[in-house]
Unconditional design. Structure first.
Length: 109
């Protein structure tokens, strides 16, 4: 028997961790992405060429000495394909742009 708490638990947890140099990722609709391994993730820029399939969010940093840092992320919204472009922080010693091909599959029922 399933409890109410289990019914309310998002299916998207945990997120899919996408390492800095990965070039292709596959996910189901509803999954979230966490782009990791980026120096200064709050200064890294991220862009999706197909926001109807993959919506992205910029990294951020809270003010103060103990402020939390958040990696850039994304959400798989619909079946299809999107290229996510990661533009490194100006202070990143490796200034290569990273292009990740994300294929989103229909969620199995």
């Amino acid at each position: 028997m399933t409890t109410d708490a289990e019914k309310e638990t998002p299916k998207s947890l945990p997120p899919i961790f996408v390492n800095r140099w990965e070039t292709a990722v596959q996910a189901k609709v509803g999954k979230y992405f966490d782009f990791i391994g980026l120096p200064e993730p709050w200064n890294t820029k991220i862009h999706s060429d197909n926001p109807n399939v993959v919506r992205v969010s910029q990294g951020s940093k809270e003010d103060g000495p103990d402020g939390a840092m958040f990696n850039p992320g994304g959400e798989a919204l619909a079946p299809g394909s999107a290229f996510v472009l990661i533009i490194p922080s100006p202070n990143d010693p490796d200034q290569r742009l990273v292009r990740v091909n994300i294929t989103v599959l229909k969620e199995c029922q």
